[in-house]
Design a protein around this ligand. Structure first.
Ligand SMILES: [Zn+2]
Length: 572
């Protein structure tokens, strides 16, 4: 390139500008305006200029020839001939006029920062002292490119994926990815193997860090919605240092879609959603067929001011950590819309879930829900019928209603929830000796020789574990009902674990008796499965407790009031 005075041959075009060549707009003799560039010094002292952004002002056919009699540019030839070059000490430059008054910031200064705002620390040049004593300049994310290897960015972690492992013919390994945001833009970064061990425990979601050094490579847009042509791969010289002073950096950016709009959203669309967690389900475990690995899942039911509710499925750690007991506001960035059972949402490994986000939308929603939303009968756009794990629109019934509505008399089991008080426990035969192997709860046969035989495992064991099947009579103000409680729900009602109770039964009959006495007259929320079963030509409703938890009196009172209102409307 020549500016009419000097020529320089070591210019390189950044890959994103390749189209200029392909479209033959950039050719000999055309006139260009260089908007953004980076000067890299090679080891031998030569400089290479990477052109990051340029406009062709006049095409070659219009210009037609060289302008002036330029001579090759030589360093040290005097300042008067270096009109467009910047101080040699700095690795990155913008156009000289852009650098005035904002010298701390890299090439994209005017694009993203006002003159009063500095990157990193307010009011000063941002340098980060690394443990080795060297300093590197903090640059904006938007200026990162593969032609520069020494850089530091100061960025907030807006997404942190879980560690994933792979195994193929070339070996095995693990990786995790994060998404980083500063005021100039966003970028995705991935750590592999050793870097996973080093950085996964260190990096926390929503915190700000200085990230120094890493490979930059062209981003695979197929796998990410992050708006950057490049992505970072950590290597063994990468360092990550917490930054305490970065309140001004943006946090996770959402573009929320109202829940009511999801009904008209295409399957597999990626959306941001915010809602109050009206209710949530217990965790369940499923086995992923492809990897034969067991993962946790949990459905949560989110409602917004549109009065609609949607079921979102959380996975893995996210499912295990989630606590919906105080009806938090939940914001999800990048959930996938599924048409499984009406419309529902799946939280992906690339999604970000923020509970009670510190945002105006969240405050507005909280205020609305606490004042009126909680009394609203919302309709779910997700299909909540069916199995025991779907309990979004909790089917609250009194025991009398469950009987008079013939629940469980159909072909399929019915599920309902009620509040009931324990009035009688049948302690006879409530415990049995079961196979000690994991996941096998088959009753064992006492061989009377110190060994216990499991027919299912076809093995004899020197020990057994106690399991429980407890018949409980529960009552509300109109009715009572015998229900069967298995292990976990029996342990909740008796307040003791089965192993301890088994020991008591053998050694201290009176203490065992007391446990049952003490369990009487406590009230719980029961989720009950009812199904007509036939034994010896006799049909009767079998009621099984699927879940039992303490009564949330506040919630219960709210439901009572809602029922009274509903009845009042029906009665006119
Ligand atoms: Zn067994």
């Amino acid at each position: 390139m020549s500016d009419g005075v000097n020529t320089l041959s070591s210019f390189m075009l950044a890959t994103q500008l390749n189209s200029l060549i392909e479209e033959e707009r950039l050719s000999a003799h055309c006139i260009c305006q260089v908007n953004r560039y980076i000067v890299n010094s090679l080891k031998d002292g030569r400089r290479v200029i990477i052109l990051m952004d340029l406009d062709v002002l006049k095409t070659a056919d219009v210009v037609g020839a060289n302008i002036g009699n330029p001579v090759p540019y030589n360093e040290g030839q005097g300042h008067q001939q270096q009109r467009s070059s910047a101080p040699a000490a700095s690795p990155t430059h913008s156009k000289p006029q852009q650098q005035n008054g904002n010298s701390a910031v890299g090439p994209t200064t005017t694009k993203y920062l006002g003159p009063s705002k500095q990157f990193g620390k307010a009011g000063g040049t941002s340098f980060l002292s690394t443990p080795g004593g060297s300093q590197s300049k903090v640059v904006p994310i938007a200026s990162l490119n593969p032609y520069q290897s020494k850089w530091t960015i100061c960025a907030r972690v807006t997404q942190k994926g879980q560690v994933r492992t792979w195994s193929n013919s070339r070996g095995e390994g693990k990786l995790f990815s994060i998404e980083l945001v500063d005021e100039s833009g966003e970028i995705r970064a991935t750590a592999f193997n050793d870097q996973v061990d080093k950085f996964f425990p260190l990096i926390e979601l929503n915190k700000v860090y200085y990230f120094t050094k890493g490979h930059l490579k062209t981003a695979n847009k197929q796998y990410t919605a992050v708006k950057n042509d490049y992505e970072i791969t950590f290597h063994n010289e990468t360092s990550v240092v917490p930054c305490e002073d970065a309140q001004h950096l943006p946090s996770v950016q959402f573009e929320f879609v109202p829940i009511s709009d999801l009904e008209n959203t295409c399957k597999d669309s990626i959306v941001d959603i915010i809602g109050v967690c009206k209710s949530y389900e217990d965790i369940s475990k499923i086995t992923v067929k492809s990897s034969n690995r067991e993962v946790s899942k949990r459905n949560v039911h989110l409602m917004d001011t549109s009065g609609k509710m949607v079921t979102a499925t959380l996975w893995g750690d996210e499912a295990e950590r989630f606590d919906g007991s105080r009806q938090p506001v939940v914001a999800i960035k990048g959930a996938r819309v599924s048409d499984f059972g009406g419309r529902s949402l799946s939280v992906l490994s690339s999604s970000t879930v923020v509970v009670n986000p510190d945002s105006p939308e969240a405050f507005k929603l909280r205020g609305w829900f606490d004042s009126e939303g909680q009394l609203l009968e919302c309709t779910s756009i997700s299909d909540l019928r069916g199995g025991p794990t779907t309990g979004g629109n909790t089917n609250w019934k009194t025991l009398h209603e469950a009987k008079s509505e013939n629940l469980g008399q159909g072909d399929k089991a019915d599920y309902f929830s009620c509040v009931g008080t324990v009035v009688f426990l049948r302690k006879e035969n409530c415990m049995y000796q079961a196979c000690p192997s994991q996941d096998c709860n088959k009753k064992v046969i006492d061989q009377q020789n110190g060994l216990y035989r499991c027919e299912k495992c076809d093995r004899e064991f020197p020990n057994f574990k106690y399991r429980m099947i407890l018949s409980v009579n529960i009552a509300d103000c109109q009715e009572n009902q015998w229900v069967t409680c298995f292990q976990e729900s029996a342990e909740v009602i008796l307040g003791q674990n089965a192993a301890f109770l088994g020991e008591l039964k053998e050694k201290n009959e009176q203490a065992f008796e007391e446990v049952f006495q003490n369990a009487n007259f406590s009230s719980y929320e029961f989720r009950i499965r009812v199904k007509l079963e036939t034994y010896n030509d006799e049909s009767r409703i079998k009621a099984t407790v699927m879940d039992v938890k303490p009564v949330n009196h506040k919630e219960y009172s709210k439901r009572l009031i809602m029922n009274i209102r509903k009845n009042a409307v029906q009665l006119g």
